[in-house]
Design a protein around this ligand. Structure first.
Ligand code: ADP
Ligand code: MG
Length: 349
C-alpha cells in the first residue's frame, strides 16, 4: 500500500516536472536603510525566500553604487563622486564614472524642458537652506530664515552652463569657482530607473522598488496565470493617511511635497523645495505627484512642477503625453491630468 502511494507521488512529480510546472510565486518584502538618506522597500514575487533574498541583495548593491556616486555630503574610498566634483571641479576637470555624466546631462535636459524650474546647479543656494534647516531643527528657538542678500549672492553662482562636461574624457569642470551641484531633486529617481532597467535586462519580472516613496514597478503582480497592476498609495500631504491609490504596471509614481524636511520660524513652516525665482520655499502646492514610465523623469518633474504655477505646470505636462500629474493645493483641493487614475494593464505596456 505504502509502496503504491509512494509510486503515485513519484509519478505525479514526474508529470509536473515534465509539463514545466513550477509552484505559484509567493510574495516577499524587504526593507533597508541608509541609501539616499531614506528607507528602501522592495516587494517581489519569487518561488522561495532564498531567491527573493538574492534579488533584494542585488537590488541593494546596485542602488548603493549609485548612492555612493551621487552623494554630495560623503566620500567613499576609491570613488570619485559628486562630493569630489563639488570640492575640486573648479580647480581642474575631474574624471568621473560615466554614470555621473549621465545624471548631469539628464538633469540639463530637464532644466531646459522645464524652463529652469529644476536646476542641479543651485547647490550654493540650497546649501544655505540646508544649513538653516539643520540649525532650525537642532535648536528651534534659534531657527532663522536665511538672509535674502546672502541668497541672492549665492544665486549668482547657479548657471548650469558653467558645468562643463566632456563625455569623451568623462570629466566635469566648473567654470564658476563658487558653483556647487545638488542632485537631491533628481538622483533618487534616476538611480532607481537605471537599477530597474538593469534588473529587467537580467530577467526580473515582478518587483516594486520604493526608495523613500520614489516608486518604480517592474512588471505587475502575479495573480494566477495573469499579472495585475500594483496599487501604489499617494500620501495625503495634509496628514499621515493615504490620499489615493494609483494602479501601475511597469511604471513610476513620485511625489514632491513640502510636508517633509521642514523647520519652523516664528510659527511659519519652511520646507526644502526652493523656487529658483524667489529663492524661497515654493508655496504653490502642498504636494505634486507625477506618474510616468521613467522614474528619473518622474522625480525631476515632480520637483519642477512643485516650483511652477499650476497653469505653467499644465502647459508643461500637456507637452508630455506619457506624463500624468496630481496637484494638491494649499487649501487641500486636488487637480489631476485626465489620465492620472487610469488603470495600467500589462497589455498597454
Ligand atoms: P525628495 O526630497 O522627496 O526627493 P524632491 O525630489 O522634490 O523631494 O527633491 C528635493 C531636493 O531637491 C531638496 O532637498 C534639494 O536638495 C533639491 N532642490 C530643492 N529645490 C530645488 C530646485 N529648485 N532645483 C533643483 N533641486 C532642488
Ligand atoms: Mg524630485
Amino acid at each position: 500500500m505504502i509502496r503504491r502511494a509512494a509510486a503515485a507521488v513519484l509519478c505525479l512529480a514526474l508529470v509536473l516536472c515534465l509539463s514545466g510546472f513550477s509552484p505559484a510565486p509567493k510574495r516577499y518584502q524587504a526593507e533597508f536603510f541608509g541609501l539616499f538618506d531614506t528607507v528602501t522597500t522592495l516587494v517581489g514575487y519569487a518561488p522561495d525566500r532564498a531567491s527573493f533574498t538574492a534579488l533584494a541583495q542585488k537590488t541593494q548593491d546596485l542602488l548603493r553604487e549609485y548612492h555612493e556616486l551621487y552623494d554630495i555630503f560623503n566620500t567613499y574610498h576609491g570613488v570619485a563622486n559628486l562630493k569630489t566634483v563639488n570640492d575640486t571641479a573648479a580647480r581642474a576637470p575631474v574624471q568621473v564614472d560615466p554614470r555621473i555624466i549621465d545624471l548631469i546631462e539628464f538633469s540639463r535636459a530637464l532644466y531646459e524642458e522645464t524652463g529652469s524650474a529644476v536646476n542641479i546647479a543651485m547647490g550654493a543656494v540650497l546649501r544655505i537652506w540646508h544649513e538653516a534647516r539643520l540649525r532650525g531643527v537642532d535648536n528651534p528657538a534659534g531657527a532663522a530664515v536665511p538672509d535674502m542678500d546672502v541668497l541672492r549672492r549665492a544665486a549668482e553662482h547657479t548657471n548650469l552652463d558653467d558645468v562643463i562636461v566632456d563625455r569623451e574624457q568623462s570629466t566635469v569642470y566648473f567654470a564658476d569657482p563658487y558653483l556647487r551641484l545638488d542632485v537631491g531633486a533628481v538622483a533618487k529617481g534616476f538611480a532607481v530607473e537605471q537599477v530597474a532597467r538593469r534588473l529587467e535586462e537580467a530577467g526580473v519580472k515582478n518587483l516594486l522598488i520604493s526608495v523613500g516613496g520614489n516608486v518604480r514597478a517592474i512588471g505587475g503582480k502575479p495573480d494566477g496565470a495573469r499579472e495585475i497592476p500594483w496599487a501604489v498609495s499617494v500620501r495625503n500631504p495634509n496628514g499621515t493617511e493615504d490620499l489615493c491609490t494609483v494602479n501601475v504596471f511597469s511604471s513610476s509614481v513620485v511625489t514632491s511635497g513640502g510636508y517633509i524636511r521642514r523647520f519652523t520660524v516664528a510659527g511659519e513652516e519652511y520646507h526644502h523645495i526652493i523656487s529658483p525665482e524667489t529663492l524661497m520655499p515654493s508655496r504653490h502646492f502642498l504636494g505634486v505627484t507625477v506618474r510616468c514610465r521613467d522614474s528619473g523623469l518622474a522625480d525631476a518633474l515632480s520637483t519642477a512642477l512643485f516650483n511652477l504655477p499650476w497653469e505653467a505646470g499644465c502647459a508643461l505636462s500637456a507637452k508630455m503625453p506619457e506624463v500624468e500629474v496630481l496637484w494638491v493645493f494649499p487649501d487641500g483641493n486636488i487637480r489631476t491630468t485626465a489620465g492620472f487614475f487610469a488603470v495600467e494593464t500589462g497589455a498597454a505596456v
